[in-house]
Design a protein around this ligand. Sequence first.
Ligand SMILES: [Zn+2]
Length: 223
Amino acid sequence: MVRSGPDEAAQQLELKGEGPSFNRQSQKALDDPLPWLIERSLQWVWEQREFYRANGRPLSDEERNELQGYYNHAVLDVVRVASVERLSDPPFLDELRELGTPTFEVSRAAGITFVDCLVIQSLFQEQSPAWFSILFHELVHVVQHRLMGPQRFIQAYVLAWAESGHQYHSIPYEEQAYRLEARFKLHGPPFPVEDVVRQELKGLLAHGAAPETGGEHSGIVRG
Ligand SMILES: [Zn+2]
């Protein structure tokens, strides 16, 4: 398993700028939408990450206190958080629709993670229990990015979305985040999220199968 911090992420995602022209991309997308979708997703995630690195804030003392039993300092130090009125859908959503592929509407999510930047809808009041739950969930995704490397994680996430019949809650990386979030919400003894994620990813990546347990089906998703 590859450990990867933001700087390595930058190097890996530098590949994004070499894409063919729009028309060639569209033709390629018609032939096989997945590589096209992965490429566009990587580009979009990286652009968003750059924006929120500059415009997000570090975790507050209260947030760190709430989360430090679960996440190590390296994770808590690196993340940036932003609260926004509305999450933006990726710019390639219309192209995806035109291809007849099911789409994922980020604008319906409660929050989303761009590598190490967490963006959360402002309808969730900061420092509320719901806010901490969303933070916890999105931080699981930060750990997934760090353990797998951002490029590999984003590729695996998009592939898993396609392989699960475009069912968001069946994506194993979401199932893991929801399950650990549920454990957090029970207020039991804290547990080391990175160790749990590392252990489970070993099995997941070795077998390429989604765990059986279902996620939370609350209508509004975490992203
Ligand atoms: Zn999620």
